[in-house]
Design a protein around this ligand. Structure first.
Ligand code: NAD
Ligand code: UFG
Length: 334
């Protein structure tokens, strides 16, 4: 298949491009490089042997985006491009709605105009909000989101579901990711955000490399075994493989589906820290801080539907995730 990957030089997109190429698909990337770099293309090539065709295009730039659709006959789209910082979305909500909703609408309208029938969308477990019991099941629907970023994911799921309902040829897979971490085992692809990371593992990684002096543990008084927040971490390579299965599923079914992509297992902040200490071979200092606003105590997936519809299961554990993250950090720093 010829697959358009928006946001394909980003963290999850780049790993997905590798999996798609290694399975024989042709990949075309659209990314404005807002949160990624052009060198990622060489690294995808170093791993997979193929340098994907690349357009430095902003999905908000409708005429340039349309040129991409005119020049290529796509079988499917995997739509990663978007902003993802929860805290930032609270401060600049309109920027988030503009990029994640208006940008996505450009993709969906061009999809319709150029008869591309299949799409996989990057949604998030954040759409469950604080309303439901764990493990989160797709049949719960959507909860109350607590920030504009989460609301953009919720709206995109609704827009795509309505789109598929109105167009019998359209196939949509909304993938609800839990917490993707880790890196490609080659050390060539991974995540190393600019500035102080918001997310747990990128933060721990910078404590491990000495760039930050201690981990701030946000709350130790949750109703969890050690009092710290519990999340469902998934290795980014496993998540990338889920996209391969999802895009293949999309092309052989019609209608819209929502599918969780997680491991089904929860780890606390202190458990992740311990696993990272084992991976880097040193003690990592931490201090307890107040709870972070908007955080829930526990979040993990019911993975039954991913297994049943996609035949998807994770193969990499927390040790692999921490080892590959650290390996990327030390190679990347050189
Ligand atoms: P990322 O920031 O590494 O990748 C997103 C890519 O999209 C970047 O390369 C960025 O340059 C590009 N982009 C952003 N706006 C664009 C625009 N207007 N035009 C063209 N390109 C644009 O993020 P990621 O972690 O790889 O996440 C990918 C997707 O998955 C995002 O939609 C994100 O919201 C979603 N998601 C991520 C997580 C997570 O924890 N990483 C969890 C749930 C959902
Ligand atoms: N945490 C800390 N210290 C930190 C960062 C995080 O203690 O410096 C804790 C949090 O309180 C939470 C856990 O580590 O208990 C995980 O936090 P992350 O920020 O890594 O991840 P979240 O679960 O808050 O959010 C992530 C993505 C969202 C996505 C959500 C659900 O950032 O985009 O998972 O998929 F919506």
């Amino acid at each position: 298949m010829k697959i358009l990957v928006t946001g394909g030089t980003g963290f999850i997109g780049s790993h997905t491009c590798v999996e798609l190429i290694e399975s024989g698909h042709e990949v075309v990337i659209v990314d404005n490089l807002y949160n990624s770099s052009i060198e990622v293309l060489d690294n995808i090539e170093a791993i997979s042997g193929v340098k994907p065709k690349f357009y430095k295009v902003d999905i908000l730039d409708r005429p340039s985006l349309e040129e991409v659709f005119k020049e290529n006959d796509f079988d499917a789209i995997i739509h990663f491009a978007g902003y993802k910082a929860v805290g930032e979305s609270v401060s600049i909500p309109l920027t988030y709605y503009q990029n994640n909703i208006s940008g996505s609408l450009n993709i969906y309208e061009l999809m319709q105009k150029y008869h591309v029938d299949n799409i996989v969308f990057s949604s998030s477990a954040t759409v469950y909000g604080d309303n439901f019991e764990v493990p989160f099941k797709e049949e719960y629907g959507q909860g109350d989101t607590t920030n504009p970023y989460g609301t953009t994911k919720k709206f995109n799921e609704i827009i795509l579901t309505d789109f598929a309902r109105a167009n019998k040829d359209i196939s949509v897979v909304n993938l609800r990711y839990f917490n993707p971490i880790g890196a490609h085992p080659s050390g060539l692809l991974g995540e190393d955000p600019e500035g102080t990371p918001n997310n747990l593992v990128p933060y721990i990684a910078k404590v491990a490399t000495g760039e930050l002096d201690h981990l701030r543990v946000f709350g130790d008084d949750y109703d969890t075994p050690d009092g710290t927040g519990v999340r469902d971490y998934i290795h980014v390579v496993d998540l990338a493989k889920a996209h391969l299965k999802a895009v293949e599923y999309a092309t052989s079914h019609k209608g819209a589906e929502v599918i969780n992509v997680g491991s089904g297992k929860g780890y606390s902040v202190l458990e992740v820290l311990k696993a990272y200490e084992a991976a880097c071979g040193k003690k990592l200092p931490y201090k307890i801080y107040p709870r972070r606003e908007g955080d829930i105590a526990v979040c993990y997936a019911d993975t039954t539907k991913a297994k049943e519809l996609l035949g998807f299961e994770v193969f990499r554990g927390i040790e692999d995730m921490c080892r590959d993250s650290y390996n990327y950090m030390i190679r990347h720093k050189k």
